[in-house]
Design a protein around this ligand. Sequence first.
Ligand SMILES: Cc1cc2nc3c(=O)[nH]c(=O)nc-3n(CC(O)[C@H](O)[C@H](O)COP(=O)(O)O)c2cc1C
Length: 459
Amino acid sequence: MGKQLRLGAFLLGCGHHSAAWRHPDSPVERLGDITYYESLARTAERGKLDAVFCADGHSVREPESGASWFLEPITALTAMARATEHIGLVTTISTTFYTPFHAARLLASLDHISGGRAGWNVVTSMFDQEARNHGLDTMPDHAARYERAGEFVDVALALWDSWSDDAIILDRRGRFADATKIHRIDHEGKNFRVDGPLTVPRSPQGRPVLFQAGASEQGRELAARRAEAIYSVAYDLPSAQSYYADVKARIEHSGRDSSSVAVMPGLVTYIGSTPAEARAKKAELDRMLPTAQSIRQLSLFTGQNCETWDLDAPVPPLPDPELFDGPQGRYATILRIVEKDSPTVRELLGTLAAGGGHATMIGTPRSIADEMESWFVNGGADGFNLMPPTYPHGLEDFVDLVIPILQARGLFRREYEGATLRENLLGPETLNRSESQTSSSMHPKTNNTAYKVHRHITS
Ligand SMILES: Cc1cc2nc3c(=O)[nH]c(=O)nc-3n(CC(O)[C@H](O)[C@H](O)COP(=O)(O)O)c2cc1C
């Protein structure tokens, strides 16, 4: 069996198209109902996906346009753990708003509860509105956020290693645990002071699987040093290839094996029995967008007055990026979408409203499997973070129609290979890390870090 795709489902409200909740069939009334998320996780598990993934944010934005957030993700994933048996459960935790002790404890608990299926999407958060819910006036600047994130992850890793694999004895004559196998970490750094050990004994994976999704220089460096899987953003294959090559080179440069880190770009799919049916699914959602608001946003993103544009005519020619002084990343994405797809204005708004610059594949199950395969074999992706425009239907279509084609081509598993998320995502030969392995393979530069990490034995 050759190399296989890694696939996760990015769970988000009624789907990734921002108008999905307005569709007459949408599950919008169930956003606070845990059985909704449990059934999505079961559908993803029926498709043998590696994981379900929950994003997270700490502020309410534009409540009239849809729910920003609803259930707290670790709480929801804990329920999903009880409703499933094999699938990984990846939560987002912000290194800006949590402390490493809290985060390590929550994740170790999720790993115990799920029998070794927990993952952590390490993010630094973005918005001042979020900062203002946590005692800050504004977000710390980008460099400070990433400096804290790097130290935060190192402390969490040390806390997970503070109990050896064989620390628990459970001898009813009077020895619950072997104190010589439970270590303080005595961390003193710029951002954190943590004695340890963790209050949660070592979990099935030892360390939950680390995911990272930062696109900046510092984000890529953190991913290169620590991530076991990376959520990336690319609209087309050339930009996916350029990100993939860059981040794999950085991983090698930091002394790790880049083939053991899965790069998973986001993927929005519209699936129909004919190309026309697939396009009609997108058009139906695009028509539900509140156009006045989306056009105002597009004017900001392009530096043009878009109010006079005909919604159903092709997007007019746009100026070169050098002549645009707004946010460059978003503008570059718009130029790529226009160049690749020649959309109408309404179609462009719809593409931006679903995933906003993530790969968008519209077609039959076969044509979508072909495109995915082409990204996979041409160095654009090791797998995908699926972002169905609608839940549950978009995920059901993918699982029922696209997965069997990928399986028939030998590109995707028919059964889970291992018991833990790490074994399934990174290969059954991947061991769940124990302390002795971490000192050489995961901490090549431990002694050079800027802060002190001592190990003491509690007695
Ligand atoms: C697929 C994906 C999911 C993300 N999920 C979150 C999230 O849930 N919460 C968050 O604050 N940031 C999220 N981000 C953003 C970041 O991981 C990162 O913090 C942000 O992009 C700023 O870092 P950068 O400047 O390195 O890009 C996500 C990004 C991607 C690509």
